[in-house]
Design a protein around this ligand. Structure first.
Ligand SMILES: *Cc1c(COP(=O)(O)O)cnc(C)c1O
Length: 244
């Protein structure tokens, strides 16, 4: 069971290395993030002990449940789920380095308020809804710039890049369009040179589509299923409005 996790991670590294080679990218430009929703702390520990230390959860409740079991082993936590404003205070108790799912002004303001009170800063990515599915979270592509400008004014929030969940489709051309759009938006923002805005990170690509994401410039691929196996809960529980 645990050996399987280690083997699966090695296989994902091979896929990343091959995708980089095929598209002329340096392997060191692409980080692997382990999406650990529904995965037990024991199994996460196996991955961490093997040296894979960037992990992310989607729900504050799950972070809370696993926190004590993992706190003795060094790792970096990102948050990649929909964040309700009433959970902000709770989330900030758990040593999160980066919130990848910042998708609205109201949430930015709430985070800023809390962080100010605690006298600290946090890294954020802006989550963009590149698939134009109404049920999906993320700011719509035509509103990204406004949101980035607003967040840039809040000195507790350090924008590092963009995140998207591409269309889940077997039609690879459509998936590529999502990733391409995210890169386009990134380039537009870089050209504006906004103070307090760094745009070096593109978090995109998952178990099924990481090659396409790397071809379009991903710097972080987020992988769950291909490492930990199928999840018992459907992704709609985590990804859209029905999941609340
Ligand atoms: C679950 C999840 C992933 C990983 O998806 P897999 O298809 O299991 O690799 C990536 N990003 C987000 C936001 C997720 O919730």
């Amino acid at each position: 069971m645990n050996q399987e996790i280690i083997d699966n991670i090695a296989a994902i590294h091979d896929r990343i290395t091959r995708a980089c080679a095929q598209t002329g990218r340096d392997r060191s430009e692409v980080k692997l993030l382990l999406a650990t929703k529904t995965v037990s702390s024991d199994r996460i520990r196996t991955a961490l002990q093997a040296g894979h230390t960037l992990i992310a959860e989607n729900k504050v409740q799950e972070i809370k449940e696993k926190y004590d079991a993992l706190k003795d082993i060094p790792h970096v936590n990102h948050f990649i789920g929909h964040l309700q404003t009433n959970k902000v205070k709770d989330l900030l108790k758990y040593d999160i380095t980066c919130i990848q799912s910042l998708d609205r002004k109201e949430l930015a303001q709430k985070l800023h308020q809390r962080l100010k009170a605690e006298n600290r800063t946090i890294e954020v990515f802006i989550q963009v809804n590149t698939s134009f599915e109404e049920s999906k979270f993320g700011v719509s592509p035509d509103q990204v710039l406004d949101l980035v400008k607003e967040v840039a004014l809040l000195d507790t929030l350090k924008i590092k890049g963009l995140m998207t969940i591409g269309l889940l489709s077997t039609e690879s051309e459509k998936v590529v369009l999502c990733f391409h759009l995210l890169r386009d938006i990134q380039q537009q923002i870089i050209a504006l040179n906004i103070p307090n805005v760094e745009m070096s990170e593109l978090s995109m690509g998952m178990s099924g589509d990481l090659e396409a994401a790397i071809a379009e410039g991903a710097t972080i691929v987020r992988v769950g299923t291909a490492i930990f196996g199928q999840r018992p809960t459907s992704d709609s529980y985590y990804w859209n409005e029905n999941g609340n």
